[in-house]
Design a binder for this molecule. Structure first.
Ligand SMILES: [Zn+2]
Length: 335
């Protein structure tokens, strides 16, 4: 059995910077046609020059692969209309973090959302720049996303023409909210389709399954699977693949982030075929994102075949998600 995917897209990706680009960029550029690149570097991407330079470094590492890095800008309250107008054609979205929600998000906004933040969001609406949001409060870890639902709802109703992407949703609360507001969209990761909190702390502590937002309950996972497997037109694949060196994960203050970009398509094919929904994979990994972001990614065809593939136990000093396990699908050819 085979499946052919046209221009797969990963609409939430962390490529990191420096030496790590040598691992992360080829891991995605080999099989994906494009990816929405997150801006939470140290320091975060907040200027046109930093966005352009980072995009240049990414392209240098993609070794001739057909691959478009769609860039994002780190949200700041201090942006002016002129600045956003000028940077508009260099980015696909502005990414808003709440302060302290995840890796390198210390410069994010504080809650409740203040007038200065709303003013900048109004400019994005006016300029037609989508807003991508890491929507978590700093409350109790399992409630952070649910507590942010009211903010999403308020933003969606206050800025009806603004496209708002709820990134890496993990709860039934946000899965339901998606259907209630026309201008809300969502990305869903790979790992949240597979694991629950049990896979992180239910038995022995599993640092390589630790991510933000943390995996939730089986019921939440079911809601996400329902959206993804049916290729609901308002959801897109966003891997949130976010590597950390092994010693940063297996440590007394282990970093949050899961790495699976090089095996994402093999894993997704295994999940979709397992659920009898292989025909919806194209929508989830490409077509929905093209429609939502109105993009035309470079042509790339990936043929996957039903043939066992074993995920390596390490990749360049990083332990990948499900390392050592055997999947039912492998990449046959990329053209
Ligand atoms: Zn992320």
């Amino acid at each position: 059995m085979e499946i052919k995917l046209n221009s797969p897209l990963d609409m939430h990706l962390h490529l990191r910077d420096g030496e790590m680009l040598g691992l992360t960029v080829p891991s995605s550029s080999k099989t994906f046609s494009g990816a929405l690149v997150m801006p939470n570097l140290t320091p975060p991407l907040t200027s046109a020059s930093s966005v352009l330079e980072y995009s240049g470094r990414i392209k240098e590492h993609s070794s001739g692969d057909v691959f478009t890095p769609y860039m994002t800008l780190f949200f700041k309250n201090s942006y002016t209309r002129e600045f956003l107008h000028d940077i508009k054609d260099k980015i696909l979205a502005v990414k808003l973090y709440t302060a302290g929600a995840t890796t390198n998000s210390e410069d994010g906004i504080s809650l409740p959302i203040g007038d200065d933040t709303l003013e900048v969001i109004g400019m994005l609406e006016e300029l037609g720049i989508p807003l991508s949001v890491h929507g978590e409060t700093t409350g109790f870890v399992l409630e952070r996303e649910t507590e942010f639902a009211a903010a999403y709802d308020e933003l969606a109703s206050s800025f009806p023409k603004l496209k708002i992407v709820m990134e890496h949703i993990t709860t039934t609360t946000l899965a339901e909210l998606l259907g209630r507001r026309e201008n809300l969209f969502a990305t869903i990761t790979l790992h949240h389709l597979l694991i629950t909190l049990d896979d992180v702390i239910g038995g022995a502590l599993s640092p390589h399954n630790f991510c933000k937002p943390v995996a939730k309950s089986p019921r939440d996972r079911e809601a996400l699977r329902h959206l993804a497997l049916s290729a609901h037109p308002k959801v897109m694949f966003g891997s949130d693949s976010a590597p950390h060196p092994r010693d940063k994960k297996e440590s007394c203050c282990g970093a949050a982030g899961i790495f699976h970009a090089p095996f994402a398509l093999q894993l997704l094919a295994t999940i979709f075929e397992g659920a009898g929904k292989l025909e919806n994979l194209q929508g989830f990994v490409s077509d929905n994102a093209r429609a939502i972001y109105d993009i035309d990614p470079p042509p790339k065809t990936v043929v996957l075949e039903k043939k066992p593939f074993t995920i390596p136990k390490t990749c360049g000093g990083v332990v990948p998600f499900l390392g050592g396990s055997t999947l039912e699908w492998s990449i046959k050819e990329v053209s």
